[in-house]
Design a protein around this ligand. Sequence first.
Ligand SMILES: [Cu+2]
Length: 479
Amino acid sequence: MKPKRYLFPTYRSVFLVLVVLSAGVIPSDLFAQPSGQELYANNCASCHKIDQPMVGPALGGVDKRRDEAWLLKWIRNSAAVIASGDQYAVDLYNQYNKTAMPAYDWSDEEIKSVLAYIKEEEKALANKPKAADGGAGAASANGGGGTTRGESALMILALIVFGALLLFAGRLLSAQYRLRGIRLFNWNTINAGLFVVFLVVGMALVAVQFARLMRHTLPVAASEHGVVIDQMLAITFWITFVVFVITHILLFVYSWIYRRKGSESKALHYAHNDRLEFAWTVVPAIVLTILVLYGTKVWREITQSEPSEDAHEIELFAYQFGWQARLPGTDGVLGRHDYRLIGATNSMGIDPESKEGQDDLLVPEVYLPVGEPVVLRLRARDVIHSAYLPHFRVQMNVVPGMPTQFVFTPTITTEEMREKINNYNFNYVLACNKICGAAHFNMQMKFVVVTRKEYDQWLAKQRTYFKKPETQTASILLP
Ligand SMILES: [Cu+2]
């Protein structure tokens, strides 16, 4: 006997599913910013504890040690606070073995929410009676305000049991109704409807990701070729994004429109169509070929360009875990180097006999004059590193025994960039983009883009790689 009637026919059943989903599955705080607790757990907990020092100091009571303005500045860019000569910061930095804390480019609200969380946790810890043995204390360390792990496990268990019971009851009921020639649900409709629900929820999640993450993307490119790279990425993105949206709508909406409606309807078996196959092979092939050729052209122009005569040469030397930078000095030529010469007093292995090397400069941070071409000569001491200057869209592997290079022209000074992004702590940074070891995250060097005049002033103050013996003695005598 074929059941013809449904207790929950077509649209009503889909509606039911939607209501259940929207009540339970879609969390209402999807669009909310991450809480102080989340921010702390994801960013600070690896180095800080509330009640005892770890990599960094214990953070409990930090609001009493320092005022809020200082804390905002510090968390946003601790290096800048140290560099400004703040005595407290310098002492702290030395006390913690000169471990630099990462900079957090966050809004005031975000930082304040983390500070509020620290204060709350501190209070919760203080209120807890001291456990006789350490073990008991650690086990309930999470008991401050929210649910503990045990509680949420129980809740999940309860949900599973509830779901199983519901399913069981449904089975019984539908068996009953089937005997009477009535079906409880039309599963074809529900499944087809779920496809549509999946589409809507999935696209909504895509939108949420954009809303939440777009502000973490890089600001405008600060180099000539960077603009071209951004353009290429934007074109590639928009083409693929439009295809993504259209194909997904077609996929899921078709499964709704052509769902099995009556018990008699049957799918058409459509075996083959040359024209269709031709179209969906050739069209993507053409689009992809254009994208790949375009990308290859851009990449070739960037990496194959030979540095012009007047390009500023800078040698970047990568090691575990840091960078050293050398400029050629007045003769404009970098001195010879040899890895066998690397030693305690010659960290970059520069040949002391090399005439060109005598005037080479060792600079603690790199200044670049705006609008003038730069060539980075890249060298590694130990393992593969990667020179990454995200704001200039520069990235190149740094390989031991294989010199690499990158030519680019900075177009926006540090000052102008600070104005543009409205962040007066901003600095260009060189980072290592290869996971090269434990302190990889700390491999950074500041880059500063300035006007030609400021550049010349800076250059005049730099010291040579091989310090003359007199200056060395003098600096020992006169600290
Ligand atoms: Cu590295």
